[in-house]
Write a new protein. Sequence first.
Length: 365
Amino acid sequence: MATANIIGNSISGLFWLYLANLLGTEGYGEISYFLAIGGIASTISIIGGTYSIVVFSAKNFNMQPIIYLLTLISSLISALIVFIISENYAITIYVVGYAIFNLALNEFVGLKLYKIWSRNYIAQKILFIIFAYILYLLFDSHGVILGLALSFFPFMIRLIPNLKQNFSSSYTVFKSKIYFILNSHVIDVSGILRGQISNLLIAPLFGFALLGNYFLVIQILSFLAIIPSSIFRFTLSEDSSGKQTKNIKIFGIAFITLITILAVFILPPIVEIIFPEYTHFSILMPIMCFALIPSNIGLMFSSKILSKEKSKHPLISNCLFVITFVTGIFTLGDVFDIVGVAFSYLLASCTSTIYLGIIYRHINN
């Protein structure tokens, strides 16, 4: 599973870097802005949140059919609303496709079908590159979004076996766990806001060009965090089954610390050569890169906390991040411009992780 995550994210990550040069700062920033809209709408559509299907699949609770049905209905409604607001057909398709695909991947994790997860994950990344490149040639930057959206649809076949099952028994289980499910849903929504609210704010406040620089940093940070994020997917399922995951979590934290230190010194001069148009990268990267350490420590804390079905705490953590980051953008960003945005991101990461650490210690004691 970790290998597939590395391969898949490496494939798509390199393609996103290629697109950064191809589209320039303005075009790259515009794509990130529309993907933020689509990502938020799609995540809102996943009823019960992705954590619910991982945790309850791992515990052999038959909740998948009702979650798939409700998610399909809500994603279609969300897609319609997005189309009315944006008149962007590519994002509209993205909303439905991403919701179902994301749900299916997390179900595989919960069921510990790691090989199936790996095949689907890598296949989607390959389809994304093929579709996005062809459609870019036809429709410019909007073709990239459309290609990404269409890459999800071959995997919607997972809907069929779940929609054929008995919904009454699935609904009974769903209703009995409604508190955790609602909290998990809000966690997912707060999580996507944590990742995408900056895109929605930076574009109108600082322009698409600066957002393009910021998005390039985020893409590289995501690439650097591939292994720790893979570990989180694995430990959430294992923690939910009551298995020991301490050693692999320690490895994940040590790995991301080493990678962060190396990246701060090595990446800025390299990126200046490869992406000369992205002049703000060398300012943003050294500051934002240090957020990798607290963010990934927070993931390790969240795995244990969610496995205990204490979903309100990751929710509070995400809310703390969003509040701190947004406040920082309007205050530090106003005074220190782009440097203020970078420090706001780092401060928000530290704040949310400190809270999770307190809760993690309380649970273990």
